[in-house]
Design a protein around this ligand. Structure first.
Ligand SMILES: [Mn+2]
Length: 298
């Protein structure tokens, strides 16, 4: 069995207790083992209640986020960096308080189309700043997973190799890569090779199609991706991420340019995704077994 997760925005962008409960139940019912939430404000959401419901249903949890421009830790403005640190520390605390272990997303600079090139100084500021956040996260039992996103959503980490260089510069043992097939399909020379090259630094994986809709209905070569995940012995979560204008988060939908309606029935979508990922991984495992079989005469 594979560890398959789902982003809560497949279910709802809302954070009322009823909306969260529906998301949790749908996730559990379809066989997903993890639900990923975008950052939830503990002033708005009863974190104790939510962690209890996760435990009741046997679900793991991950939190993802993207730093806003006013909290960009690669900024030259110390006040902006300090704001980013505060946002990251709060997100680490939320992961811990929900009983999770992974903070993911765009954590090293701000999320969105940038109008300037990243400078060496910006890189160094980000590395030094996130190293300190990582120290505190380690004490909380939380890993930081840097999402590698396409050029239109960050000017810092667009390839897995850049992410590995960043992690090396931090020297931190609890910073990993968060790879996403949607973004890799745009930026990597070869998605399967990039997964193999980054193998020992991958902490979290998003599975998304080239248009972010139904898996298998776009241009991504998923069999190459499942082959690579099996080849590196990946046995941690892969989380399905999909967006449609059916479910709108005011901020994220604009930053990720969700203009088209790729699905309306989220139960059908998520059920299909779970089957697609499970079968894809099973098939890749079977292929790996077959190529290793010598088939000698009896
Ligand atoms: Mn993603």
């Amino acid at each position: 069995m594979s560890k398959i997760g789902v982003h809560s925005f497949v279910w709802s962008a809302g954070s009322s207790r009823a909306e969260l409960e529906k998301a949790l139940e749908s996730t559990h019912k379809l066989g997903f083992k993890l639900i990923e939430f975008s950052y939830l404000d503990p002033a708005q959401v009863d974190v104790g209640w939510l962690s209890g419901r996760l435990r009741d249903l046997g679900l793991d949890v991950a939190i993802s986020m993207g730093l806003p421009p006013e909290g960009d830790i690669s900024s030259d403005d110390g006040a902006v960096v300090a704001k980013g640190v505060d946002i990251l520390d709060k997100a680490v605390a939320l992961v811990r308080d929900l009983g999770g272990s992974k903070l993911a997303g765009i954590l090293s600079s701000s999320h969105g189309k940038q109008e300037r090139t990243l400078t060496r100084k910006g890189w160094d500021t980000s590395v030094a700043t996130l190293s300190k956040v990582a120290d505190r996260a380690r004490a909380a039992g939380v890993t930081l997973n840097l999402e590698i996103v396409n050029r239109f959503e960050s000017n810092m980490l667009n390839t897995a190799a850049q992410g590995m260089a960043y992690i090396r510069d931090t020297g931190a043992s609890n910073i990993f890569l968060h790879l996403d097939t949607f973004h890799m399909n745009i930026e990597e020379a070869d998605v399967g090779l990039a997964i193999r090259h980054a193998a020992d630094r991958i902490g979290y994986v998003h599975i998304g199609e080239s248009h972010r809709g139904y898996l298998g209905t776009g241009t991504i070569d998923f069999s190459a991706i499942f082959d690579a995940l099996v080849a590196i012995g990946w046995d941690d979560y892969v989380t399905f991420e999909s967006f449609s204008t059916t479910i709108v988060d005011k901020d994220l939908s604009l930053k990720t340019a969700i203009w088209r309606n790729l699905w309306t029935d989220n139960v059908a979508l998520a059920g299909h995704a779970h089957r697609f990922i499970e079968l894809g991984l099973q098939t890749a495992r079977r292929k790996a077994e077959l190529v290793a079989m010598p088939h000698l005469p009896a």
